[in-house]
Design a protein around this ligand. Structure first.
Ligand SMILES: Nc1ncnc2c1ncn2[C@@H]1O[C@H](COP(=O)(O)OP(=O)(O)OP(=O)(O)O)[C@@H](O)[C@H]1O
Ligand SMILES: [Mg+2]
Length: 384
């Protein structure tokens, strides 16, 4: 029985691939594996007659990443400084938002940051990419040889509607009756040490009306929910235990997206580098400006060019359009690659399917860029 719908048991990395996901050499990885006292399998344990070389499962890599942080081998934010919140958002479909949200969560986790991804799109693509089939029901679980853990029952909608109904968004919020425990909602597709997920399914659409029918500063609901979870007021959801919370937003203008923007310290906008690159970006910037004005929040916009193809990127019109955003652009890009759509069938993110591929390297570099921003942000918060 598997605990996700994905066949992650087929994922086994040799030392080179494992080292490249952790960003270390073969030798360093060997030292880690010995030092951490974490059991690493041998190929011969799995296939009799195979050489006795070490093979790493994704769960083992995430454990090693957590161990490396615990040893102080890499930089990390102060524990307990509260999560840095990132919304992956742009008002345009199919730009690579979900791919970016999932890849960012994975790579930050491999860099030692405890990451929670919240799927805010009722299409539930991020949920699927992390190994869950939201259409699968509890009755069907046995037939697919998955445990009840693999089934999406509750979503962010369950948590937020309970919060809104109980007046949690009021500053006077004191828990009167227990909310639905978030513990059962949070999924751990790659184990405790991997990135965590609050999944989505089609019911998430109801959250839109729950917010629309709410009272007061509706755009601040999610911000207040995260603040309550950081203050330990939400049963089963200790937001303080996460370094980063990432929202995967839907492509439309909606209350759901606005509440995520208002809750965020950073907005990552993946834009497709085609002739209409900046469509949706101007809309997003307008949205951020309005929210910043009314609610005194100041998220930083980071623009990530995706679907990059050198021959298309030379189009003059696009160059001119992009020039105005130069300061907000990431130093690297994500190239166009057919590997991305192909990877979707497996319910496993591309980086975990192809650790040494070019797309994986590009997303790793993007995550390094965000990692530096996250550290700088938490340091400046600590000084205030
Ligand atoms: N760099 C890339 N090169 C080629 N294809 C990509 C790239 N990034 C993502 N894709 C593919 O493009 C499609 C849309 O990607 P994704 O779901 O990440 O976008 P999205 O912005 O979240 O879409 P939506 O607006 O529907 O939520 C998927 O099939 C994905 O595999
Ligand atoms: Mg998406």
């Amino acid at each position: 029985m598997r605990s996700t719908y994905a066949r992650t048991d087929a994922l086994l990395y040799r030392i080179r691939a494992a080292g490249s996901l952790l960003g270390v050499t073969d030798n360093t990885l060997r030292t880690y594996a010995d030092g951490a006292g974490i059991e690493v399998k041998r190929a011969s344990d799995i296939t009799p007659g195979a050489p006795s070389i070490r093979v790493f499962e994704p769960e083992t890599l995430f454990k090693l990443a957590a161990w490396r942080r615990s040893q102080g081998y890499i930089k990390s934010p102060n524990p307990g400084s509260g999560p840095v919140v990132i919304a992956v958002d742009v008002v345009k479909g199919g730009t690579g938002k979900t791919t970016t949200a999932v890849e960012l969560a994975l790579h930050l986790q491999l860099m030692g940051l405890k990451t929670l991804l919240i799927d805010l799109d009722s299409q539930a693509n991020a949920t699927q990419m992390l190994g869950y089939e939201p259409d699968l029901t509890i009755d069907e679980a046995d037939g697919y040889e998955v445990t009840p853990d693999a089934i999406v029952v509750d979503t962010f909608m369950t948590l937020m509607t309970a919060f809104i109904q109980q007046g949690g968004h009021n500053t006077e919020f004191r828990l009167t009756s227990p909310l639905v425990s978030a513990e059962n909602v949070i999924k751990k597709p790659y184990g405790e040490s991997g990135p965590h997920l609050i999944p989505a399914d089609t019911n998430l659409g109801d959250l839109e009306s729950a917010i629309a029918n709410g009272k007061g500063s509706r755009e601040l609901y999610v911000r207040e929910y995260i603040a309550a979870a950081t203050a330990g007021k939400i049963p089963g959801f200790d937001a303080k235990s996460y370094d980063v919370i990432i929202f995967d937003c839907p492509p439309t203008v909606s209350f759901i997206s606005s509440t995520a923007i208002a809750a965020s310290d950073f907005i990552v906008a993946p834009i497709r580098l085609d002739a209409f690159a900046v469509k949706g970006l101007t809309r997003l910037m307008g949205e951020i400006k309005t929210i910043a004005h009314y609610y005194k929040v100041q998220p930083e916009l980071v623009i990530l060019p995706t679907h990059y193809a050198p021959q298309i990127a030379r189009i003059g019109r696009m160059q001119t359009q992009l020039a105005q955003f130069r300061d907000l652009l990431t130093p690297g890009v994500i190239s166009a690659s057919e590997e991305f759509p192909k990877s979707l069938d497996q319910y496993i993110p591309l980086s975990l399917q192809k650790p040494t591929s070019n797309p994986t390297r590009e997303y790793r570099m993007f995550a390094e860029h965000m990692f530096a921003k996250i550290l700088a942000f938490t340091n400046s918060k600590a000084r205030k």
